[in-house]
Design a protein around this ligand. Structure first.
Ligand code: GMT
Length: 376
């Protein structure tokens, strides 16, 4: 069965936008019509894809409004697209504001549409504790036709924080295997000044406080005291200035390469040995999956959905939040023995293929669409 599916997400850089866009692309390649309804073109929609349509939400500035009414404009655009394109499904990523807008649009539209909401994390783990937004999040969840979350842990947190009785299903994130795999990098390492006998660590994030960049740098500093190593920091965000300061305080300017936001992550991952993901909150950790797909084991924190992604002692290691000494021990254990590192690399790539491949996950979403549509 082919469906007409609307997708709304935050179109900017970030795991939820990446997953929503990749899902749309995969659904379109399977013959569904996919309509993105977002404020700008999702950044991963980087070329022409047959069956993919884009409807821009244009937020106008009116003197009477103190704040531009993005949410209302989005709801209105959703209703317009539901009716004109006869959408079967509106799949929204994030309860606030997208599920709320979708519910309003469903009420406004004449054509019947089913709403599927995917929870990605920060809407529950951060917004969910804001008392003023809790009832809104709960409403968005309860009034959706189906709700998914990107990890079992996020479902647990959702029930604890917003006391919803809605049946929520875990659908793990996935990656585009055609982009994320080990690639030939030529003399890239050399061009970055990385010597052949140096171990390469990598951290990729949006440098928000929850990512605990200071722990990444402190762990690396300890690692660097025992072995020859380099750290690649990829991404940008509010914690980057403090990170730079710590790098200079610890005298690590030569060892840490701050590369800012980068597009071709597979290449950078392909010159890396181990990823460090030491967040205090992470509902899934898409970046860990991207690393694993490129054969890079991940040392992550034992929080949120990370333990569902990294198999401790097989595809990486789990450490307690803030335990930089343990991160250092695990990192050295991994890189000092080439056969151990190779075993972890292969296990990581295999696990992505088995548990997180696009075909498997996209099929899970299709079953959810089919189920809600059968209730019509
Ligand atoms: O982690 C972020 O700061 C970005 C955020 C987002 O909106 O993309 O990520 C959340 O969704 C990702 C995709 O499902 C997950 O991989 C991240 O773990 C999740 N972040 C948090 O829960 C903090």
């Amino acid at each position: 069965m082919k469906y007409r599916i609307g997708i709304s997400c935050y179109p900017t850089v970030g795991g939820s936008g990446v997953v929503a866009t990749e899902l749309g692309k995969q659904l379109a390649s399977k013959g569904h019509d996919v309509h993105f309804i977002t404020s700008s073109i999702p950044f991963r929609l980087d070329r022409v894809y047959p069956n993919v349509y884009y409807h821009e939400v244009q937020v106008n500035q009116y003197a009477v409004f103190q704040h531009p009414p993005y949410d209302l404009t989005l709801a209105s655009k959703m209703a317009e697209v539901i009716d004109r394109e006869k959408l079967d499904i509106l799949h929204v990523h994030y309860a606030v504001p997208h599920a709320i807008c979708a519910i309003l649009a469903r009420d406004m539209a004449k054509h019947p549409v089913k709403i599927v909401t995917t929870l990605h994390g920060t809407d529950i783990t951060i917004l969910g504790v804001d008392q003023s937004l809790k009832p809104l999040i709960k409403y968005g969840i309860d009034a959706s036709d189906a709700v998914t979350a990107v990890s079992d842990d996020l479902i647990k947190q959702t029930y604890e924080l917003v006391q919803s009785s809605k049946d929520i299903q875990t659908v793990y994130n996935f990656i585009d295997e055609s982009q994320y795999h080990p690639v030939e990098t030529g003399d890239l390492k050399k061009r970055y000044g990385i010597e052949a006998d140096e171990a390469v660590f990598i951290h990729i994030s949006n440098f928000r406080p929850v990512k605990r960049i200071q722990d990444v740098i402190k762990s690396f500093s300890l690692i660097n005291q025992s072995i020859k190593a380099k750290l690649l920091l990829i991404g940008d965000g509010q914690e980057l200035p403090a990170a730079r300061e710590l790098i200079s305080q610890l005298g690590l300017e030569e060892q840490v390469l701050v590369l800012g936001s980068q597009k071709h992550l597979a290449e950078l991952l392909s010159i890396s040995d181990v990823m460090l993901l030491l967040s205090e909150k992470e509902s899934f950790g898409l970046v860990a999956l991207e690393a694993m797909a490129c054969g890079v084991p991940v040392i992550g924190t034992r929080i949120g959905g990370i333990p569902e992604v990294i198999k401790d002692g097989e595809t990486g290691f789990l450490c307690e939040v803030g335990d930089v000494g343990d991160v250092m021990k695990r990192a050295i254990q991994l890189v000092e023995d080439p056969s151990t590192l190779q075993r972890f690399r292969e296990a990581a790539m295999q696990d992505v293929i088995e548990r997180f491949n696009a075909d498997k996950i996209v099929a899970e979403y299709e079953v959810i669409y089919q189920t809600v549509l059968a209730e019509r």
